[in-house]
Design a protein around this ligand. Structure first.
Ligand code: TYD
Length: 392
């Protein structure tokens, strides 16, 4: 593993702080990102135990975003049409935003965060409140194997590939398809979105790295879609190598060629990226300082895990951002890890209260700008660091 980026000491990104705990010392870890020249995998070097990150206090709920709800519904109907699955498993089913689009008898979720797994229970959807592994896979697929396994933004959280893919291979039916979604490394590098790296994102996959890993389990990517989720992701369609129900789409080769011509197989690409990250930090701080010199108010919008990396890496604290707005009930009245900036319940932006808004949830930029048309009309401005720091 060759290191290329040091994002400094960081708290656990989704460990929002209660007021009563503000005085307590937070757990920190050193966020360093590296590249493995053998399998092209980009990953963080110091990891935090999964039990510390994914527990009953996990704050992220898929259903709270309109964009996510809509895209899950659309995707489910597309997958039903395409694969007509008799049995579906979702790994990392969160609060059931995806599985609820399927017939209750044909789908199960796997979700180790018990607060989330509990939510689907009320709606009579079966959710196993455990980490995905071979034992669980054997239990779930005892009677029938899965024609579709779906997992979005979950595999990048899991350290032990061997166990995960072994369990997936075991669970797939002879015509079974695994659909994986994760942030795209190519998009992350192109957009200088270094905030894709935080404690939970152990990896940011490229197609070339994922295919190398899948090879070991006799699995292969047969189709791929570039999607806008999480600021630019890939949706991979994967099958067992011996499954001849599907042909390999030429989009797979195209994506691989795109990645190779960008140099995702070369360490030098990552060194260049790291330099751009340092420049991004300097520019962002300049923007904040300039605004504050004019005594204008800045708040944050979307207290994301991603913003935790940016704020802590750049040293943007309460001196720059008064508070964050967020719609996630669990985060409200808590404080962002590390920087201890207060998170308030979302209120429509008004120019009379706020001059500038830092886009923590830049991945929902379109949805947010649409919602805040009035603020923009009144002369309100946004700050973003992606793809480069700017005010707009
Ligand atoms: P998310 O996309 O999950 O980012 P990360 O994985 O980095 O945490 O988080 C989006 C956050 O933004 C979530 O807390 C909800 C918040 N949000 C708003 O407050 N208002 C909005 O209009 C949108 C779209 C999101």
């Amino acid at each position: 593993m060759k290191k290329f980026l040091d994002l400094g000491p960081q708290p656990l990104a989704n460990s929002y702080v209660l007021k009563k705990n503000l005085g307590r010392k937070e757990k920190k870890f050193h966020l360093i990102v590296g590249f493995n020249p053998k399998n092209y995998l980009v990953s963080i070097l110091n990891t935090v135990s999964k039990e510390k990150m994914f527990n009953k206090d996990y704050p992220y709920k898929s259903s709270e975003s309109k964009t996510m709800r809509y895209s899950f519904a659309k995707l489910a109907s597309k997958l039903i049409k395409k694969f007509d699955p008799n049995f579906v498993i979702e790994i990392g089913s969160n609060d059931g935003a995806f599985i609820k689009n399927f017939n209750k008898n044909k789908v199960v979720g796997v979700e180790p965060c018990k607060n989330l797994a509990q939510i689907t229970k009320k709606k009579k959807y079966k959710t196993y409140p455990y980490f995905w592994n071979l034992d669980l896979a054997k239990k779930i697929t005892k009677k029938k194997k899965a024609d579709l396994i779906y997992s979005a933004n979950t595999l990048s959280h899991i350290k032990n590939f061997n166990e995960i893919f072994k369990a997936i291979r075991f669970s797939l039916s002879h015509r079974g398809v695994l659909v994986l979604e994760d942030p795209s490394l190519l998009e992350c590098i192109k957009k200088v979105a270094y905030d894709q790296f935080y404690c939970e994102h152990l990896y940011v996959f490229s197609t070339i790295s994922l295919q190398k890993i899948l090879d070991k389990f006799k699995l292969e990517i047969f189709d791929i879609e570039n999607i806008s989720t999480h600021g630019g992701s890939n949706r991979y369609f994967i099958k067992k190598k011996e499954n001849n129900f599907f042909r390999i789409n030429k989009k797979v080769k195209n994506e691989i060629n795109k990645e190779l011509s960008y140099g995702l197989n070369n360490f030098s690409t990552y060194k260049k990226f790291a330099k751009k990250v340092m420049t991004s930090k300097i520019k962002l701080l300049k923007i904040f300082k300039k605004i504050k010199d004019k005594r204008k108010t800045i708040i944050g919008y979307g207290a994301t895990a991603k913003s935790c990396t940016v704020l802590n890496f750049c040293g943007i604290k309460k001196n720059f951002i008064d508070y964050f707005y967020d719609t996630t009930s669990f985060k409200i009245n808590k404080y962002l890890p590390g920087t201890k900036i207060l998170i308030k319940k979302y209120n429509r932006l008004k120019k009379k209260n706020v001059d500038y808004v830092f886009l923590g949830a830049w991945n929902f930029k379109d949805e947010i700008l649409k919602k805040e048309k009035n603020f923009i009309r009144q002369g309100g401005k946004f700050i973003t660091h992606v793809p480069y720091p700017k005010v707009f």
